[in-house]
Design a protein around this ligand. Structure first.
Ligand code: SF4
Length: 426
């Protein structure tokens, strides 16, 4: 563990924190993403030699109750201990995938009692779990790869949780995996997920343990008398879900005990997929391990049909068409999936003559740019109804994309009201 730092470093940390606090206040007042207010890359470089407690103090001082620690039920309990040592209030959340070991649940309980806290548990969507298990059985990940199950049980619940925050704290360390974690910075703009303000760059991610080694962490946990997961005593280093975790040999990289039947480069469950080169959540994001379709409950539009809708008013429904132009590998398109499908269902339930569609646009960039001014994914568009013979497609450019936002947009442009003022489906 890094030793206490000399005064000049502490001063630098205080100055950095002061700068960030000023920026965050500005962002709250003006609803501007925190990430746009500060050079987080430079800050990460400046903070790289700070101790975990200094980094944690910076995080909590900057974001207050809009930051929370992600606790997996393993040795990242050290992060909670550091938060306690700052003397500042802190929040902890955890994803209960429904497939954890008994020992992990026991650790959750012990941690709540030890620190006098209530962990904010997040669960997967019950319907999605039922659909997956009924269709593919309990252990589909051994045959299809872990991405699909992780997406349902971890990534989507995490995405929902992070949308309530402006920053989060993880226990990631560089030494956990030479393949995927070797370059984890102490703080970064989250390359994958959105925060409370919505949109790219709206979430900050602190990794205060980045430069600590496994030996550092264990020395610290023993010294502080912190509760730990009993599985660590029988050879488990990195602990996740029971069916996807096994013990490792001494000196074996700890992430090799996770999804051992898969290639090392794919060993992120989606929670930290930005660690994998080419999965930064932008247009250059890779396709490895990612689902190739999105918005499964929404009708896919062909290019020919979409071109006809955009150019020939007589082919349109009375009330027009609402659609999303997407790329399946785009993290922001994935983030929109749940809300877009819910909005589509509500619009469909009105019985009005309005079409809801999706169009895979990454393979038709030129066409999409020409007809819909597509620049980034996702692009939500409205194509006016049959009677508006001269009207052009309308783009929804806001980064607020909840069900309510989408239904309000639909009402404003088409007149189709899919909810009453209390938000119920009509
Ligand atoms: S770690 Fe395994 S059981 Fe847990 S969510 Fe991922 S694939 Fe499913």
């Amino acid at each position: 563990m890094a030793a206490a730092k000399p005064n000049n470093v502490a001063t630098r940390a205080r100055n950095a924190a002061r700068t960030a606090r000023v920026s965050c206040r500005a962002s709250r007042n003006n609803s501007v993403n925190v990430a746009t207010q500060l050079d987080w890359k430079s800050l990460a470089t400046n903070m790289d030699d700070l101790s975990p407690i200094e980094i944690m103090d910076h995080a909590l001082a900057t974001f207050g109750d809009e930051i929370a620690i992600a606790f997996s039920g393993a040795e990242d309990v050290a992060v909670i201990e550091y938060a306690k040592l700052t003397g500042r209030p802190f929040r902890v959340f955890s994803l209960d995938t429904g497939r954890l070991d008994k020992e992990t649940y026991e650790l959750f309980d012990a941690v709540e009692k030890h620190y006098g806290i209530n962990i904010e548990y997040t669960f997967p969507d019950a319907q999605e779990c039922m659909d997956l298990v009924r269709e593919k059985g309990m252990f589909s990940f051994y045959e299809d790869g872990h991405q699909e199950c992780c997406r349902v049980r971890k990534v989507r619940p995490l995405r929902r949780q992070l949308k309530t925050l402006k920053a989060w704290v993880t226990g990631q360390r560089k030494d956990q995996s030479p393949g995927t974690r070797a370059a984890v910075p102490v703080v970064e703009v989250d390359p994958v997920f959105e925060g409370l303000d919505g949109g790219e760059g709206s979430l900050i991610k602190y990794n205060p343990m980045s430069n600590a080694s496994s030996a550092d962490v264990w020395m610290f946990l023993r010294t502080m008398g912190v509760p730990t997961n009993k599985l660590h005593e029988v050879g488990y280093d990195s602990i996740g879900c029971q069916p996807c975790t096994k013990s490792v040999l001494p000196n074996q990289p700890e992430r090799e005990g996770r999804w051992w039947w898969e290639d090392a480069a794919a060993k992120e469950c989606g929670l930290h997929s930005g660690n994998i080169a080419g999965q930064e959540g932008d247009d250059s994001a890779g396709e490895e391990g990612e689902k190739q379709s999105l918005y499964d409950s929404v009708t896919e539009m062909s290019k020919a049909d979409l071109e006809a809708l955009a150019t020939d008013a007589s082919s349109r429904p009375e009330k027009g068409a609402v659609g999303v132009l997407y790329a399946p590998w785009c993290q922001f398109c994935q983030g929109l999936e749940e809300d877009f499908e819910a909005a589509a269902a509500k619009i469909g339930a009105t019985g009005e003559d309005v079409k809801v569609f999706k169009f895979r646009a990454d393979t038709e960039r030129e066409f999409s740019a020409d007809k819909f001014q597509l620049e980034t994914f996702p692009r939500i568009v409205y194509i006016p109804g049959k009677s508006s013979t001269n009207a052009k497609p309308i783009s929804y450019l806001s980064e607020k994309r909840t069900v309510d936002d989408l239904l309000t947009f639909t009402k404003n442009v088409s007149g189709v009201e899919a909810r009453d003022y209390l938000g119920f489906t009509k």
